[in-house]
Ligand binder design. Structure first.
Ligand SMILES: [Zn+2]
Length: 242
């Protein structure tokens, strides 16, 4: 799930990150024909977490749908965030055969459990819905200052890892008849009006092993498998869920 938000150039060459929200919270999905049935089952289970707690609805794609999400298997976890207004297809790549390669007697040891896959898929789906990484909040430097050496965000040390650094500005918009309607622009100074909490270590979008609190206390590593309460609140606010 690390370094998983696609379109590096789009995100890194601009101070303004733009995320298109889905109309009425309905996300048409198309699963690649080569996905195995048990993988499809895990994907549907991951979607269900959103159905249970928010007004987001993943619905099977039909030709009448303009924007849709397409999920396929690949060698990484990767997502386009929100709707894709360039080619209408929000592509999600899932590394469902992912293996941690641990050198123990030179044997590869498979350690990705079903729960870990579920977390990774929910993490990607959260980006599809429109959430950015919790540790990339524009105000995150008020709360956290550096990384643990073990962190997968190692490039953060060189201040060059675009999936780990704070975002300057996030502009949410919706599409209506090919016209962009701005919804909100989140920057350092107004984020608390939208996301009314400090950095949420339980967020499904957080990298749990990376950060140290401002007071130099190591953050306890919290590894949650479901959407956090604040993730749910954020989604409900963005989509005006009743
Ligand atoms: Zn991510």
């Amino acid at each position: 799930m690390n370094k998983d938000i696609a379109l590096k150039n789009h995100w890194s060459n601009s101070d303004d990150t733009e995320i298109g929200l889905w109309k009425d919270g309905r996300i048409p999905y198309l699963l690649d024909e080569y996905l195995m049935n048990h993988h499809k089952g895990i994907i549907l289970e991951a979607m269900n977490d959103f159905h249970m707690h928010t007004c987001i609805r993943f619905i099977p794609y039909e030709s009448k749908h303009k924007y849709y999400m397409y999920m396929k298997k690949g060698k990484k976890y990767s997502t386009y965030p929100g709707i894709n207004v360039v080619n209408n297809k929000t592509e999600v790549v899932l590394d469902l055969d992912y293996e941690h390669e641990t050198k123990r007697n030179k044997t590869k040891i498979k350690t990705q459990t079903k729960m870990e896959r579920l977390r990774a898929i929910r993490h990607e789906l959260a980006h599809v819905v429109g959430l950015f990484h919790e540790h990339q909040r524009p105000d995150r430097d008020n709360f956290i200052e550096t990384i643990q050496k073990s962190c997968s965000c190692t490039l953060l040390i060189n201040n060059s890892d675009w999936n780990c650094n704070p975002l300057t500005k996030i502009s949410y918009f919706s599409m209506n008849k090919n016209i962009r309607n701005p919804i909100v622009t989140i920057v350092d100074t107004n984020i608390s009006e939208w996301f009314n909490h400090v950095v949420d270590q339980e967020s499904i979008t957080f990298y749990p092993d990376c950060f140290i609190q401002k007071d130099s206390q190591p953050m306890p590593i919290v590894f949650k498998y479901e959407l956090s309460n604040y993730d749910i609140q954020k989604i409900k606010k963005l989509y005006n869920c009743k």
